[in-house]
Design a protein around this ligand. Structure first.
Ligand code: GLY
Length: 266
């Protein structure tokens, strides 16, 4: 039996985080161990075209092997997919495929897919369990945990959204191996953020970090997940101000990203 590396405390019930290598191929088995999948089979994997071409097949196979009935829905890769138009398109596909209140949503991808699919999960049938399968550094060290979901409006990033904590997070570090350097480094920026707000030793480790070393990569993601989980557990809905620490650098970053036009800068 595979064990989670941590449980994230949440007002809606705690959820497990699995981290390691080869987890996508075992996703079906891990999901079947969870009480929230009891009696459930229909599910949708929401992904982007790039990630789906790499990982949808093994994920579909592992779900089917455990008697899940998954459909795959893809969106174009990139920030422009974080839109209300895509939410509507995905919701129509879910309805066509017959997903109902007993179904599950699986987000397979980076931050864009996680936020978009998480938001669809928050509102379809007034809320379905969402399983986050993050495949980028930014999603594994940060956005897959904590329940922030949403899409962008022309006037600003993440202006439309909901807190919808995942039912489970499954971070397979093997997926980070295929990331182009620019996208890998985008996520390291969030690790630097965690280091600056919480852990000086993590900052020192980042200076000598080797992304090709799986053990180092796993340890890096794990430490970041611990920091994120600890802050989220104390201020899940960003009401005391503590979670605002996790926005360190984001306000200016979002402004620059919007001014440049979504899709140009990561
Ligand atoms: N990534 C910022 C937060 O989850 O609060």
């Amino acid at each position: 039996m595979m064990m989670p590396i941590l449980e994230v405390a949440s007002k809606t019930g705690s959820y497990p985080v699995y981290l390691g290598q080869g987890l996508i191929a075992n996703a079906g088995r891990i999901l079947r161990q969870q009480p929230f999948t009891s009696g459930k089979s229909t599910c949708a994997i929401i992904s982007d075209e790039t990630v789906a071409s790499l990982y949808a097949e093994p994920l579909l196979e592992s779900l089917r092997a455990e008697k899940f009935a998954p459909v795959l829905i893809t969106v174009p890769a990139g920030e422009n997919s974080k839109s209300l138009a895509e939410v509507g398109r995905i919701a129509d596909r879910l309805a066509e495929a017959g997903l109902d209140r007993h179904s599950l949503i699986v987000a397979l991808g980076g931050g864009v897919v996680g936020d978009l699919a998480g938001f669809v999960a928050a509102i379809y049938y007034r809320g379905l369990p969402s399983v986050q399968v993050p495949t980028t550094v930014v999603a594994q060290v940060d956005s897959s945990v904590g329940g922030k979901t949403g899409v962008n409006l022309a006037r600003g990033k993440n202006l439309l959204g909901a807190f919808h904590p995942p039912a489970l997070v499954l971070a397979d570090v093997d997926t980070l191996a295929t990331l182009p350097e620019r996208e890998f480094n985008e996520g390291v920026a969030e690790a630097i953020k965690h280091a600056v707000i919480r852990d000086g030793r993590l900052l020192a480790n980042l200076m000598v970090f080797d992304r090709r070393n799986a053990a180092q990569l796993t340890a890096l993601v794990r430490r970041n997940l611990e920091i994120k989980a600890e802050i989220v557990a104390r201020d899940e809905f960003e009401s005391s101000g503590e979670r605002a620490l996790l926005n360190f650098g984001h306000t200016i970053g979002h402004g620059i990203e919007q001014a440049a036009g979504y899709g140009r800068l990561l």
